[in-house]
Design a protein around this ligand. Structure first.
Ligand code: ZN
Length: 123
């Protein structure tokens, strides 16, 4: 361990940024869920009349897409939660290999990263 830490001001900046990203993700997860529910509802009413084979398969694709988005966004959400924990214990933004402060541009792109661009690229 070293004493390298991000400035408090920077940590706060990223905390706000990450919380904003979380809100967007949560909104998107909700939208996808609503969409999936709608498709399920519609396809079950279609099934009663059982004459919409083409619709049923495009519903299926749409449903898969919605579930995929939910899973993907939940994964991102998980990353953001990890980043928030790192902010709390002040390990956020420090490369775990070379102990330098990771560039802001990279952190804005990948807030949960634990490696600077050079260490990541050297693998
Ligand atoms: Zn590094």
């Amino acid at each position: 361990m070293s004493d390298v830490k991000m400035k408090k001001k920077d940590l706060e900046y990223f905390q706000i940024l990450i919380n904003d990203k979380r809100k967007v993700l949560l909104g998107e997860i909700n939208d996808s869920k609503e969409k999936a529910d709608e498709i399920l509802k519609e396809s079950s009413s279609n099934a009663i009349y059982s004459s919409h084979m083409a619709d049923a398969s495009s519903d299926h694709v749409e449903l898969e897409k919605a579930y995929y988005m939910i899973a993907r966004n939940k994964k991102f959400l998980n990353y953001l939660d990890k980043a928030l924990l790192m902010i709390e214990d002040s390990t956020f933004g420090i490369c775990e290999e070379c102990n330098i402060i990771i560039s802001k541009a990279r952190l804005e792109e990948v807030p949960h990263t634990k490696k600077c661009f050079d260490c990541k690229s050297n693998r």
